[in-house]
Design a protein around this ligand. Structure first.
Ligand code: DX5
Ligand code: ZN
Length: 208
């Protein structure tokens, strides 16, 4: 299993060190929240750019924005290696996918828990990744929704080669269900950054 620690659960008073503590991960997951699409505000592209020189990890940028399109250039410039945005956003999905791909990075669509999986079907040949939310987006530390594994199975059937990521409530108990359903990448915030030894937590989760 590939693991993407979510910086949202890190100690914000020493982010540079926190990033170095998860160097063994496969990606660094960066949750960008606008206080509108979700009821929380996190951090923006300037923080992402500031962290970029500190690590070789791939930057996996998850945009929880009502209007992601106009921010794509900033996140490309900040060093994103892939950008995912919500299928429920208010911008043109086509234009947003095009803007990400024109920047030469991977693009993915994210589904909130109540969004039907069929919403993805028209976009399957234009996306590199799908992110299935396993909590309501907005906050770390919530309970994993095991029912979302059915969505993962249906996506896996429809698009065998597509990268499937899940986000929210993944820990050493819930990751088994993710692995069984065919998930490629698990985001884990609390389970990694709040562990006594984040490196060990990552290795444990990667072994699934
Ligand atoms: C929720 C975020 C997640 C979250 C994961 O809106 O997208 O990335 O921080 O945190 P945990 O692993 O604590 O649920
Ligand atoms: Zn996320």
């Amino acid at each position: 299993m590939q693991i993407a620690p979510s910086l949202l659960a890190a100690d914000f008073t020493r982010l540079g060190e926190e990033v170095r503590r998860v160097a063994e991960a496969d990606y660094l997951h960066l949750d960008i929240m606008d206080g509108h699409f979700v009821p929380n505000i996190s951090f923006g592209h300037e923080l992402v750019a500031a962290l970029r020189p500190l690590t070789e990890l791939s930057f996996d940028v998850h945009l929880m924005l009502e209007h992601p399109l106009s921010y794509i250039p900033q996140f490309l410039q900040a060093g994103a290696d892939d950008i995912t945005f919500h299928v429920e956003c208010s911008d043109s999905i086509q234009e947003t996918l095009d803007a990400i791909h024109q920047g030469g990075v991977k693009a993915g669509l994210v589904l909130k828990p109540d969004t039907p999986v069929e919403t993805l079907w028209p976009w399957l040949d234009q996306i590199d990744m799908v992110l299935v939310m396993t909590v309501e987006p907005g906050f770390g530390g919530q309970k994993f929704m095991a029912g979302m594994m059915e969505k993962v199975r249906r996506i896996r059937e429809h698009a065998p080669g597509l990268l499937i990521q899940v986000d929210g409530g993944v820990n050493r108990e819930t990751i088994a269900a993710c692995a069984a359903a065919g998930v490629d990448i698990c985001v884990a915030g609390t389970a990694v950054f709040r562990a006594e030894n984040p490196g060990e937590a990552i290795r444990m989760l990667q072994s699934y």
